[in-house]
Design a protein around this ligand. Structure first.
Ligand code: DON
Length: 319
């Protein structure tokens, strides 16, 4: 998208151009054929690589869509940013900063070495170790109660009841030895209070919640809107929780590629291995994009390209 004129952020979105710009980005990248499916979770390896949807939700409450925006897919790692927001809301920023951290590991999302090199500290809530430790901090005495609170909390962000994709949950539960290892490693360092298996199980369930690109846009726009869901009008978290969540997402959301993303695109974004990305323009809105083929860091190729073009064309870059 080097040929797309880089507009500078003006503080407002030009509403009447959103549909045309989404359409343009979709047409332009629908045939991009790079990227691989996430075969390490068997069922994700069977996804249709041609699926492609882009949605944008404005803080004023309007939602614009193009392509496969009603197709349901598992949220995967995008759940991490919303669970983090719920946990910061519950425990406060300082406790969560101390226990989970905010700095990039510079390593892949499921790195064991990153934990070892940091004396068992999970480093940040967007990598698997940090996300497992964050989920363990969800309110609820039992794993079942924590899961209920995760599902209800993420549903409030989406503005509709989200449901578990059983097939994904079972497929991932049979293939998540590495996450179980991360859970045990964190426990061995005294970084988890409860049973590590329970924490990983709730984390696996949260990753298996079904969403659409439309949902992702509304969930992101809730963070852009200072914690009020722009469609339902209900407050989900406080405004300062949104600020802290978006800062953490900006530095870690695209893992070891977060710096390059911020340099090129200039807005916080979080990816998931099923092919979703949500990118948030504070005070304006959010883009939810979905297409299954991924780059080597686990980020959807088409979603990155589409959001990149839209950020330039709409002047979303914060810097
Ligand atoms: O724990 C896992 O490996 C997956 N449930 C989620 C990983 C993920 O989405 C990484 N993102 N790009």
């Amino acid at each position: 998208f080097d040929d797309v004129v880089q507009h500078v952020s003006t503080g407002a979105l030009e509403h009447d151009r959103i549909d045309a710009l989404l359409q343009e980005a979709h047409e332009r990248y629908a045939d991009a054929d790079e990227g691989l499916l996430a075969h390490y979770i068997p069922i994700l390896g069977q996804a249709d690589p041609d699926l492609f949807g882009i949605a944008m939700s404005h803080v004023g409450g309007s939602v614009h869509t193009v392509g496969d925006c009603d197709y349901q897919f598992s949220i995967q790692s995008i759940s991490k940013m919303f669970v983090y927001a719920l946990v910061v809301q519950e425990h406060g920023r300082e406790e969560v900063r101390e226990r989970i951290g905010v700095n990039n590991t510079g390593m892949s999302f499921n790195s064991v070495m990153a934990v070892e090199l940091n004396n068992g500290h999970p480093m940040n809530p967007m990598v698997n170790a940090g996300a497992i430790a964050t989920t363990a901090m969800m309110p609820g005495k039992t794993a079942a109660k924590k899961w209920e609170n995760v599902r209800e909390g993420l549903s409030a962000f989406a503005g509709r009841p989200l449901t578990l994709d059983d097939e994904v949950y079972h497929s991932e539960s049979l293939a998540n030895e590495r996450n179980k290892a991360l859970g045990r490693l964190l426990k061995s360092y005294g970084r988890l209070e409860n049973d590590p298996h329970d924490a990983v199980d709730v984390y696996t369930k949260q990753c298996s919640l079904n969403v659409t690109a439309h949902d992702l846009a509304v969930m992101g726009a809730t963070l852009a809107d200072g914690g009020v869901n722009p469609v339902t009008g209900k407050r989900v978290v406080d405004a300062d929780v949104c600020r802290d969540t978006l800062a953490t997402v900006a530095s870690n959301g695209l893992y070891e590629r977060s710096g390059e993303w911020l340099f090129e695109i200039g807005i916080p974004a979080k990816s998931g291995v099923s092919g979703g990305i949500v990118a948030v323009a504070p005070g304006k809105g959010a883009i939810g994009a979905f297409s299954p083929p991924l780059d080597m860091a686990g980020n959807s190729v088409r979603a990155q390209l589409a959001i990149g073009q839209l950020s330039r064309a709409m002047g979303l870059n914060l810097f």
